[in-house]
Design a protein around this ligand. Sequence first.
Ligand code: GAR
Length: 186
Amino acid sequence: MVLVSGTGSNLQAVIDAVQAGELPNVDIAAVGADKHDTYGVQRSAEAGIETFVVNFKDYEDRKDWNHALTEKCLSYAPDYVVSSGFMRIVGEEFINAFDGTYINTHPALLPSFPGAHGVRDALAYGVKVTGCTVHIADAGVDTGPILRQEAVAIDDADTEDTLHERIKVVERRLLIATLADLAKSK
Ligand code: GAR
């Protein structure tokens, strides 16, 4: 299953790969979001995938939200939970429930530039090479064992948007390759 907070363009690449028969052992059980009206949820519904929202703002306490999200995800008994642009830090209960099976993608070469603005921070620092990372997520912010990583060169003319788009092209390929590997080992 997959969690999103935004447009879900990387998720769309996975949906396309599944529909094209390129990921024969992968079935997306559901797509969930932490807020209403995300394009990620909309495109999943259009693809016939079950969707849900555990709206962060409906909970006074982060722990309560985390509990509700954990229970909802557990109800699908997924082999893996993929954070594909899910921009909310999950708590201990979630991490314990999906220990070693919570997969995250990040638009930088971790451990450099973790957090919500990995592309912006790399540009601001002035590095000449950045990239993307697919990793097993633990309780930290974009931390945990790295599964795949690939570099992307930064051009002088890059803006955050142009660089992020180039990174996402690589990110989608790495995510699909990672899912193929994980599905094989299940
Ligand atoms: C992706 O680049 C993903 O790595 C990033 O959000 C983007 C989502 O794009 N995630 C993080 O920055 C996590 N720290 P999308 O919604 O178009 O797939």
